[in-house]
Ligand binder design. Structure first.
Ligand SMILES: Cc1ncc(COP(=O)(O)O)c(C=O)c1O
Length: 428
């Protein structure tokens, strides 16, 4: 078996299940109502019916093999959406690839892109590189590090980035998020950048909800030009915003005249935007050279999108009214929940996404596992400990002392959960 599989961490929800089982919720027996899960990032607003209708009517088309490249009509609809949303001219022929959700694409891209055979230019990491501080200790043992490519990732992060890096034969290089909730890429030293082949940048971020600014994207692009790495911008939450739409990487490229999107790729999805997580539909767009290799890889990988899903996706990308309605529901939910939580804990509305990322301070002694376990045990509300989404570094674990609250349930359920959280906070 591939030994890298042993390096994969248990998924956060497996850890959570174990933690919660130690102190179960017995509320229903005490007439306290059902448990409310605010852990998983799975949208629960209704999917648009007109998309489901198209999908259902197209079901007989499963009689045909789909192509990996997807239909020209789907790529055209995506191109139009990118133009309308980000004012970027993206070629449907060469700069767009439909994928079965961004999760598989974020993972697969690293497998296609990382060149694990090329020794780094460095014989060993520089002492002041910050490498040893940021990478898990077991990953920096011995001198093999210098011979392996690095994949930079925010910390905390969407867990797929780490698994993708490890299975591609690279080492994850974790860049801690600062108080703004964004990875501080400016803090990475030049000799580390020399080893980096791929950067995952998540905007809006999961779990912090922070949005990368135009200037920050420009600085990352400049670093990519200097050190020749690909920027994989995970923008799957870009349509769940409150006040203003998040800027996107291709938008910034278009504004600075980088029309070939060199070394820049964006990953988008219908899962959150259109409440269609089970459709498994998204796309990667940007640098045509990178996409040509990715397409070749995917042809062998065998992950073409079924034709009914492609036809349904066209409908979804072509319509904005359901997306506006979706945002309206999240706005209402965040407002109602924050009215309850802001007076009792340090929490604020994120720039975008459907997560709250409160700082616990002295609640439960600031211990995020104790908070999640106690909240579940006493009030039947499940949230995810922040430390499960990040790795330890010499500068601490940037997720510790936070929990991720996923506001995906109905307004009523979220309000009920917020009241129970407030009650828990008052007594802990
Ligand atoms: C940051 C981030 N990226 C990507 C994904 C994957 O989404 P999908 O595969 O449904 O497009 C998720 C899902 O929760 C996510 O949180």
């Amino acid at each position: 078996m591939n030994p890298a599989i042993n390096d994969l961490h248990p998924y956060p929800f497996q850890k959570l299940e174990k933690l919660l089982a130690e102190k179960p919720w017995t509320g229903p027996e005490r007439g306290m109502g059902e448990a409310i899960r605010l852990t998983i990032g799975e949208p629960r607003h209704a999917p648009p019916q007109f998309v489901l209708d198209v999908w259902q009517n197209a079901l007989p088309q499963v009689a045909k093999y789909p192509t990996t490249l997807g239909t020209p009509e789907l790529r055209q609809a995506i191109s139009q959406w990118l133009k309308q949303r980000f004012n970027a001219d993206v070629s449907a022929a060469t700069q767009i690839l439909p994928v079965n959700g961004t999760r598989e694409a974020l993972f697969a891209f690293a497998q296609a892109h990382i060149d694990a055979s090329t020794p780094s230019q460095l014989s060993r990491p520089s002492m002041n590189s910050g490498l040893a501080e940021n990478v898990r200790p077991e990953l920096v043992e011995g001198q093999t590090l210098a011979n392996q490519p690095l994949v930079a990732s925010p910390n905390p992060f969407y867990q797929i980035y780490e698994g993708a890096a490890l299975l591609a034969g690279a080492k994850p290089y974790f860049v801690n998020c600062d108080a703004s909730g964004l990875a501080d890429f400016d803090a990475v030293s030049a000799d580390v950048w020399q080893q980096v082949q791929l950067v995952y940048a998540c905007s809006p971020g999961n779990p912090t909800g922070a949005v990368v600014s135009k200037e920050q994207w420009q600085r990352l692009i400049a670093l990519s030009d200097e050190h020749d790495f690909i920027i994989a911008a995970d923008e799957c939450y870009s349509e769940i915003w409150f006040d203003e739409p998040p800027v996107g990487l291709l938008q910034v490229c278009a504004e600075i005249g980088r029309n070939d999107f060199k070394n820049c790729l964006v990953f988008h999805s219908l899962s959150k935007r259109s409440n269609l997580p089970g459709l498994r539909s998204g796309f990667v767009a940007g640098d045509a050279t990178a996409l040509a290799s990715f397409l070749k890889y995917r042809t062998y990988h065998g992950c073409a999108m079924p034709i009914p899903s492609q036809l349904a996706s066209i409908e979804a990308w072509n319509d904005e009214s359901h997306v506006e309605e979706n945002r309206r529901l999240y706005r209402e939910k965040f407002q109602r929940v924050l009215e309850i939580l802001e007076p009792v804990m340090q929490v604020k509305k994120p720039d975008a996404s459907f997560y709250l990322w409160p700082t616990l301070n002295d609640i439960c002694g600031g211990d995020d596992e104790a908070f999640a376990q106690g909240l579940h045990h006493e009030q039947g509300v499940t949230v995810l400990p922040g430390s499960y989404l990040s790795r330890d570094t010499d500068n601490g674990n940037p997720g510790a002392g936070h929990v991720r609250i996923s506001l995906v349930a109905s307004v009523e359920e979220c309000v009920e959960a917020a009241n129970r959280i407030a009650q828990f906070v008052r007594t802990n």
